[in-house]
Ligand binder design. Structure first.
Ligand SMILES: NC(=O)c1ccc[n+]([C@@H]2O[C@H](COP(=O)([O-])OP(=O)(O)OC[C@H]3O[C@@H](n4cnc5c(N)ncnc54)[C@H](O)[C@@H]3O)[C@@H](O)[C@H]2O)c1
Length: 360
């Protein structure tokens, strides 16, 4: 049981999106980083009666106070202060990627479970640090690739049982928020880490490991990317060669605010074509060997991802989360290979900079 704990954590969930079942007390949560994504998480967490947000931390105390006020929590300017003053069970780490390891380590050191936003880290060294520290602490850690948590992912696998995926198209087309670390590629990894890595994670999950990466970019303004967005491109295509011999193409397009967006994955296999619509519909349709496939996700992706994390914490089983740190580290390795391909214009073999075995 985590430090500061005072009894078993509740699994109750009658009022909102809770897990259902009985229990004694809610999961006490602290949020670190009070920006855009933290706001999405807090809205989901507030709708659950098996979770209580107790504290919110940001370097900018006004931001921490603002988000804390929206959920009856206390704002703090440092996690050390929050950990000292507020007994917690779990931490939602929603800082920019280069500050993921320090937050995760500080939480693990106190025996706290961590929902860590994606990508696992900015660098492989930091990502390895997260994997090792989580394993050493023996706590639950989920990495926030929420699409991975959709029940439709299992539905795709089931629909394609006995068939090898031959082609995947990932669409990540829409507006995105301008955040200082995102528009500085050295700091945040640009569109490759921030947006394409979601689809790299899904491609790996649905079609297997990646062997090689090529990247093409467009710098023609589409009205989304502001002038201060430095070296972050307007659009890019990531072409993945998979170990199975299949290929995948991921499109990331930074559209202007207000235009219709398109997030999804299309897959082709032997006599099969599936179309997975992501935000906001979360539907699967297609045809496999002449039979129609049509499914609706049981809940939206972020809710499913949080649900899997909370259930894993309640059961004390780190393997129950949708995306484990070791899995997210392999996605980061592919994303960093894509970043190298973008910078060099060359085809990059995944793992060519690796010293030892495949991570994870
Ligand atoms: N899962 C998704 O779909 C999704 C979507 C958007 C962002 N994200 C991820 O969420 C994370 C945060 O992204 P965002 O869009 O909310 O960014 P943001 O810039 O809106 O918010 C980040 C916040 O962290 C604070 N911060 C930075 N360093 C800190 C530190 N050391 N201690 C405390 N606070 C610190 C900043 O002041 C800022 O308020 C990133 O890892 C990003 O990749 C995930």
């Amino acid at each position: 049981m985590p430090a500061g704990s005072s009894g078993p954590i509740s699994g109750a969930g009658g009022r909102g999106h809770g897990a259902g079942g009985g229990g004694t007390r809610p999961l006490r949560v602290g949020v670190v980083g009070a920006g855009w994504m933290a706001g999405q998480h807090v809205a989901e967490l507030q709708a659950r009666d098996d979770v209580e947000v107790r504290g919110v931390v940001d370097l900018d105390l006004d931001r921490a106070d603002g988000l804390a006020a929206s959920c009856g929590a206390t704002g703090f300017a440092s996690w050390e202060e929050m950990f000292e003053r507020s007994p917690l069970d779990a931490v939602w780490a929603c800082t920019p990627p280069s500050a993921h390891l320090e937050v995760a380590r500080a939480a693990f050191a106190r025996g706290l479970h961590v929902y860590l936003e994606k990508p696992i880290a900015r660098t492989m060294a930091d990502g390895r640090g997260v994997v090792e520290a989580a394993a050493e602490a023996g706590v639950v850690c989920a990495v926030g690739y929420q699409w991975h948590a959709l029940d439709l992912v299992a539905d795709v696998r089931e629909a394609l049982t006995g068939r090898r995926v031959g082609f995947v198209l990932g669409r990540n087309i829409g507006a995105t928020k301008v955040r200082p670390w995102f528009v500085d590629r050295a700091e945040g990894g640009g569109n490759v880490l921030e947006r394409a890595s979601h689809h790299i994670d899904l491609v790996r999950s649905l079609a297997g490991e990646v062997a090689s990466v090529q990247v093409g970019t467009s710098s023609v303004s589409l009205g989304g990317r502001p002038p201060e967005a430095g070296d972050v491109e307007d659009a890019l295509t990531v072409v993945l060669g998979l170990e199975s011999g299949a290929m995948a193409t991921i499109l990331v397009v930074w559209l202007a605010e207000g235009l219709p967006s398109s997030y999804g994955v299309d897959l082709a296999a032997d006599r099969a074509w599936l179309h997975l619509d992501l935000d906001p519909d979360f539907t699967l349709r297609g045809v496999v060997a002449g039979s129609p496939v049509r499914r609706q996700a049981s809940s939206p992706a972020l809710r499913s991802s949080i649900q899997r994390f909370v259930a894993a914490v309640r059961k004390g089983d780190p393997g129950l989360v949708a995306c484990r740190p070791d899995d997210a580290l392999r996605t980061l390795e592919v994303a960093l290979a894509a970043e190298k391909a973008l910078v060099t214009g060359m085809t990059v073999r995944v793992g060519e900079d690796r010293d030892g075995p495949r991570p994870g």
